[in-house]
Design a protein around this ligand. Structure first.
Ligand code: PLP
Length: 395
């Protein structure tokens, strides 16, 4: 872990070679206190019997899956959600023993062997997948049954058996050897919308499906439906567990839900000034000379670019933080570097730290700001940072 103070003493950090960190031109800082705070805030919204799954797919939305999973589990989460089998194995190899639900579809023989071996919990979406699972587990003569989760499609039109066939599907799975049903769940398409109509229709379908399953007499230990937005929108959607991704990372899924909880952004993106120079009026900057200096100006080169995940479409539009002030980025963002206009801040030195996302003094730039400029969502911004940027846990 590293202190927030850049020059503070450095303790051991399994996530990051400290020498590498000090020599880095650019990195992602993961604020583990903020993460812990966010998990606790969500826990406080839940009744004591409702569990919290920290969704750590896509390398924990770009934050680093292992460090996030460990911190979330220490802070009140009791389940982890991932998209793929390799994502789950990474957590098991790091020694994490908490239950892990694979939210994506996984049903090749190799995936099924790994699920059994690593005690992972798959999602079953169709009778065919259920048969394949059961058959493969039969051939490997695997001792204890694999806990499976039944996914219903209640209106997302993504993974899941049609909600009207829930009872039939559950009966089929219940009859198959080597499987045991751990939960029934569904996913909401519009939980972040201020208009609850579609969400309520999905919830209605979920309730009908569950009632029909109940009539079969098959006991289902757990039901879950809510992502971050639904968790904040309506406590009736909490059921036995909520599956929280974005909120754990400290961003609100929608402006109208922001007041429901106090969250702190976890991720900061930082890079160093690698060169400072003065350019004359009329000088072009970067590829294509998309920026021309209209007067003599001071320019800083920063060691981060689109190959690190800074979207090239932010060229000439974005600002960064330097010495606690907002500074405009100028010219086209290149693969490994970008340029700043530092004319308004005297005496900037090579090696100084620039914050692209995060806060300095009273200024803050969030993934929501970038998302708005790029006409996308904060989820995509967070997932966009590449592995060339080391993830550094700070407390
Ligand atoms: C990604 C995902 C979530 C988490 O969604 P957030 O909006 O980030 O909270 C929950 N459930 C499923 C099935 C998902 O795929």
């Amino acid at each position: 872990m590293l202190s927030r103070n850049q020059t503070a003493s450095v303790a051991s950090n399994q996530q990051c070679d400290t020498y590498a960190w000090f020599s880095q031109r650019a990195w992602v800082e993961v604020d583990l206190d903020a993460l812990s705070h966010n998990v606790q805030q969500f826990k406080q919204l839940l009744s004591p019997s409702t569990q919290l799954m920290a969704v750590v797919k896509a390398d924990a939305y770009g934050h680093g899956a292992v460090i996030v999973a460990q911190t979330a589990l220490q802070s009140g989460a009791s389940w982890l959600g991932v998209a793929t089998v390799p994502e789950a194995i990474q957590l098991r190899e790091a020694g994490i023993q908490a239950p892990i639900l694979i939210l994506g579809a996984a049903y090749t023989p190799e995936q099924i062997y790994a699920i059994a071996h690593w005690k992972l919990q798959p999602t079953l979406c169709s009778p065919k997948q259920a048969f394949i699972f059961s058959n493969i587990l039969e051939t490997i003569n695997y001792g204890s049954p694999v806990a499976v989760h039944i996914k219903l499609d209640t209106g997302m039109s993504r993974l899941g058996t049609n909600w009207e066939e829930a009872a039939e599907f559950v009966q089929l799975v219940a009859r198959l050897p080597h499987l045991t049903i751990a939960s029934i769940y569904s996913h909401l398409a519009t939980a972040d919308s201020p208009d609850p109509e579609i969400m309520e229709e999905q919830h209605k379908r979920f309730k009908i499906a569950i009632a029909q399953v109940k009539k079969t007499g098959i006991k289902i230990p757990s039901l879950h439906l809510a992502n971050s937005a639904a968790t904040l929108a309506d406590s009736q959607l909490h059921y036995d567990m909520v599956r929280v991704g974005l909120g754990v990372y400290g961003l609100s899924p929608a402006p109208h839900l922001k007041h429901k909880i106090h969250l702190k952004p976890v991720l900061q993106v930082k890079a160093r000034v690698t060169q400072v120079k003065t350019i004359a009026a009329g000088t072009g900057v970067s590829y294509g000379h998309q920026f021309i200096a209209d007067q003599e100006m001071r320019l800083a080169v920063v060691g981060i670019g689109y190959a690190d995940g800074v979207p090239r479409n932010l060229s000439n539009k974005m600002q960064v933080l330097l010495r606690g002030q907002r500074v405009p980025q100028i010219g086209t963002i290149t693969m490994d570097q970008l340029m700043l206009d530092i004319s308004n801040i005297p005496d900037i030195q090579e090696g100084e730290i620039v914050t692209l996302l995060g806060d300095q003094a009273k200024e803050q730039i969030t993934a929501d700001d970038w998302a708005e400029q790029l006409n996308t969502i904060s989820w995509e911004i967070l997932c966009g940072f590449k592995h060339r940027l080391p993830r550094v846990g700070v407390v």
